[in-house]
Ligand binder design. Structure first.
Ligand code: MLC
Ligand code: AMP
Length: 494
């Protein structure tokens, strides 16, 4: 198999030429059409200076055109940098300044905003305009090595600014190859694609499983249970975050009959509760296959295709991944069954954070294992259970929110003395962001939420702000978040 992503994609484009690759809004594109269009689009991008190693920042709606843009950037050996469509100007400005892209592609109407962000962006263009009078000639593919960077995906951190995880050609190719074997993808599969395509899950895992195996997929703009249920009769696989499964269960149209033609439901990006796992099986007869991954690593573990898919477990490591449990402070490897930090090594582990060599070094052990920040243990059957996180992170509907970022915004306000941001159980999102604030003077929680929306993507804005005269502190003066989490555990119950 080729070690660079374009060659791997091209293999499928050639092999499955006349078969459908993607459907959206009632239209279908074959493998051959996708290759031809992305090659022509690459000609346009090359004229805009996209070349090996150059970053292309993308904030566009989920569409086949965005997918073509991804393939075109890969063809030219550029570095694809997708961003959540919900990011605000303040958030975008950081990414654009940090990544210094040669090209930024935005939605029509966002040009003035994009003209303001980032000092290093050379050209701003809209996705629509890229497709006007597409050149007829195909750009020659660039020569790329397995270790060359194919994409940068930003992930936030417990402290400091978001970090750009650099994913190599080899990272993406190896993980895709492993997963199509493990999950038994064939050209007969049709995937219901309801995830966003600016994250690892929807972009690399879903799209590569489809393209590498010659399968097809239907693009939905976002998850909607009615549309997903309708598609089940003509599809075989769904990949989703736990919220998808929670919402399917809440829809009475989701029945055994509705799911009868499906062969696989995959869940990941956040913990799937054992209760949901069991409720799903009793409703439709399928056991969800839960897997575990990260932006920096792609997929790390997966429950088996055949054999026991254990509720509450994320399964054993993938065949080419080494996974161990260690003591966080010392790095001492712990015996089977003991809880510690999950550390991983393998061909899918990223090449480091963009222009942050020290940060990168601090997240790897000297022997090359990456420290995930997740706490867990390995059971006697080799299956991993995650029991929590060493990192102060909230995962809401499969999206990561770092409390430090939200707290900083609140703490900067004149009407806030101090704020603590916590994750509390939520029936739909798994966890929800909640801020507990000690005000300095007059404080209007709803007005503050509105204002926060200007600087923060909606999923990071606290669903509720609780006002307390005094935040609980320990003897050292540190806010007791654990106590707050316990106190407000039932905030969204029932
Ligand atoms: C949207 N909102 C969210 C939210 N998504 N709030 C908290 N958490 C979320 N995940 C906001 C909306 O902007 C809106 O705000 C309000 O909440 C209600 O939104 P909604 O209509 O209920 O949300 P919806 O559009 O249906 O989206 C929910 C969702 C979506 C769960 C379907 O967030 C989603 O597709 N999540 C998947 C994310 C993902 O792909 N993660 C993979 C990361 S990769 P307002 O202000 O307008 O009311 C990774 C590695 C791995 O983690 O292992 O896979
Ligand atoms: P991200 O940085 O968005 O890629 O998020 C990665 C994090 O999501 C991991 O470090 C885990 O904490 C979490 N995660 C992913 N899959 C699972 C899962 N199946 N169960 C629990 N947590 C998960």
């Amino acid at each position: 198999m080729p070690g660079d992503l374009h060659s791997r994609l091209a293999l499928s484009f050639a092999r499955f030429g006349t078969r459908t690759l993607v459907e959206a809004e009632g239209k279908a594109w074959t493998y051959g059409e996708v290759e031809a269009l992305s090659a022509r689009l690459a000609t346009r991008l090359a004229a805009l200076s996209v070349a090996p190693g150059e970053r292309v920042l993308v904030q566009t709606e989920k569409s086949v055109e965005t997918l073509l843009l991804y393939f075109a950037v890969v063809r030219l050996g550029g570095i694809y940098l997708p961003l959540n469509v919900d990011y605000t100007e303040a958030e975008l400005d950081y990414f654009a300044s940090d990544a210094t892209p040669v090209l930024a592609v935005c939605r029509t109407g966002d040009e003035p905003l994009f003209a303001r962000i980032g000092k290093g962006v050379v050209t701003v263009t809209t996705l629509d305009s890229l497709f006007v009078d597409l050149p007829t000639e195909a750009a020659p593919p660039a020569s790329r090595q397995p270790e060359d960077i194919a994409a940068i995906l930003y992930t936030s951190g417990t402290t400091g600014k978001p970090k750009g995880a650099m994913l190599t050609n080899a990272n993406l190719v190896s993980n895709g190859e492993t997963l199509i074997q493990l999950w038994r993808f064939t050209p007969e599969d049709r995937l219901i694609h309801a995830l966003p395509i600016f994250h690892v899950h929807g972009l690399f895992i879903a799209v590569h499983c489809v393209v590498f195996s010659g399968a097809s997929m239907v693009f939905l703009p976002k998850f909607e249970s009615a549309a997903v249920i309708d598609l089940m009769a003509s599809s075989t696989v769904l990949m989703g975050v736990p919220t998808f499964y929670i919402r399917l269960l809440a829809d009475e149209r989701f029945t055994r009959e509705a799911a009868a033609g499906m062969r696989l439901f995959v869940s990941g990006s956040a913990p799937l509760s054992a209760d949901i796992h069991r409720a799903f099986e009793s409703r439709c007869g399928h056991r969800v296959l839960e897997r575990y991954g990260m932006t920096e690593t792609g997929m790390l573990t997966s429950n088996p295709y055949d054999g026991e898919r254990r509720a509450g477990f994320v399964g054993p490591p993938l065949p080419d991944v080494q996974l161990r449990i260690a003591e966080f402070e010392t790095g001492k490897v712990l015996p089977q069954g003991e809880v510690g930090i999950v550390e991983v090594r393998g061909p899918n582990i990223f090449a480091g954070y963009w222009q942050m060599p020290e940060k990168t070094a601090s997240e790897f052990r000297p022997d090359g294992f990456f420290i995930t920040g997740d706490m867990g243990f390995i059971d006697t059957d080799g299956s991993v259970q995650l029991v929590g996180r060493e990192k102060d992170l909230i995962i809401s509907g499969g999206l990561n929110v770092y409390p430090a970022e939200v707290e900083a915004l609140l703490d900067d306000r004149a009407d806030v003395a101090e704020a603590a941001v916590i994750g509390v159980p939520h029936p739909d999102f798994g966890e929800a962001v909640v801020a507990v604030v000690q005000p300095a003077g007059k404080f209007d929680a709803e007005a503050v939420r509105e204002e926060m929306r200007r600087d923060l993507a909606a999923f990071k804005v606290p669903k509720q702000i609780i006002v307390l005269d005094e935040l609980p502190r320990n003897t050292m003066g540190k806010i007791q978040k654990k106590l707050l989490r316990e106190r407000y555990a039932d905030l969204f119950a029932g």
